[in-house]
Design a protein around this ligand. Sequence first.
Ligand code: TXA
Ligand code: MG
Length: 323
Amino acid sequence: MFPPWTSPEAAAEILQRGGIVAIPTETVYGLAGNAYDPTALAKIFEAKKRPHFDPLIVHIAAMDELKNVAAEVPEVARKLAEAYWPGPMTLVLPKTERIPDLATSGLSTVAVRFPNHPIAQKIIRLAGIPLAAPSANLFQHVSPTTAQHVAEQLGNIIDGIVDGGNCGVGVESTIIAFPDGKPTILRPGGITPEMVKAIAGSVEIHESKSNPKGPMLAPGMIDRHYRPQVPLFYGPVPENAKLPAGTVRIAFGNTASAIPATLNLSPSGNLQEATANLYAFMRQLDKPENQLILVDPIPNEGLGIACNDRLRRAAIRQLPESF
Ligand code: TXA
Ligand code: MG
């Protein structure tokens, strides 16, 4: 059957039996499996063609469940959890023995999130187990924000897809680790640095490149990621640039440009709307008839920080001389 649309109840049963199911969350769709079951975890890696050095996020649906997956919760992490869970925030904490090494790529820490999506919560509760779930896309591809996106890439190799409509946030969760107790953002996302600072008092931003010999704080945060097949260029287009016939443009607000806007992330310049549209627009324009995708600059503030992070990873570094 294609696509294998599944009810939350059926999904919970499949998950209890060790299967893998794509589920909606407020950030992006996740490919879920029993976080305690190494066989289910292996199926997730296999379906995504994901390398084993890239650890998974474990999803819970009650504060009480945190103690089953995290061995210790620093005071500042607890405050953040109280402020922003359920929500688009993942906390990296020391793991319990119940979490298999496969989930954490052998690290002694586990990434945990309590999603704020009624269907995700319902499935986790019905299944009665925490669910490991990376984004439900092939490794290094753009994350899915609709059930249809999941079906296109993984529909015939996973055990089911629960359709929960469009994801409201549209980019992955903010990942926060606590090296030396200091809240450190490993990946910007739906919870902004200012929001972290407001609760934690301070916030560090981890730049893996600035200290390549330092501890491997953010495995899987590779530079080339989220990349469409059609080259995407993000930045000011030089005036004498030779653009190919199939150039399309993703606009933001009313930015002036000689190239007509193909799609507009948010005509009114609203960052929340733009973030929710970003991945869907990248997918929509990633078609063989297009030769180049240009994206207007997005302000590097609030949610825009996460958009800039993803666009920088998706983009080619400079425009080719010829196409
Ligand atoms: O919004 C999200 O976070 C979505 C939804 C489905 O919850 N999930 C998601 O998962 O984006 P994924 O697999 O695409 O990203 C997981 C990333 C890894 O690539 C890694 O960078 C980080 O989480 N991570 C996981 N465990 C970690 C750990 N123990 N220490 C540091 N980073 C970790
Ligand atoms: Mg991903």
